[in-house]
Design a protein around this ligand. Structure first.
Ligand code: ZN
Length: 132
């Protein structure tokens, strides 16, 4: 198990971690298998999509439209961040990517994003490479 440490700068933000994950896969020298990328937090997500500036803003806008802050969520009684937990539920906490010929078998336009929903904070993502 490897770790990627991420320091986020915004309350909600997409951070491309494709390069870091590719580096880990390369160091493991696994020809064929899977790579699991997992976030260890309840107010973040991991997604795969295109790294295009407009689309990144569209994704953040979609999340804010679907799940606005402060809509009377019960968890807001505790620490006022229910919207961030709910965004995490929608996004999911992990992705699994095939490894072929020693590299991530991503499509041409696919990048791996860590999604911050309650930043800025120091975050940690786990990456596991499994030979198969
Ligand atoms: Zn909370």
């Amino acid at each position: 198990m490897e770790r990627i440490e991420i320091r986020t700068n915004e309350s909600t933000e997409l951070i491309d971690i494709t390069g870091e994950v590719k580096g880990i896969v390369k160091r493991k020298s696994v020809e064929s298998g899977i790579c699991v990328i997992f976030t260890k937090h309840t107010t973040t997500g991991i997604i795969i999509n295109e790294n295009e500036a407009g689309l990144k803003n569209d994704i953040l806008m979609l999340l804010n439209v679907l799940i606005p802050k402060g809509k009377g969520y019960l968890h807001d009684r505790i620490d006022d961040n229910a919207h961030a937990h709910l965004k995490s539920v929608v996004l999911g906490s992990s992705v699994t990517i095939p490894i072929e010929n020693g590299t991530l078998a991503l499509g041409t336009w696919q990048s791996i994003f860590f999604v911050e929903c309650d930043g800025p904070r120091r975050r940690e993502v786990s990456v596991m490479v499994v030979k198969g």
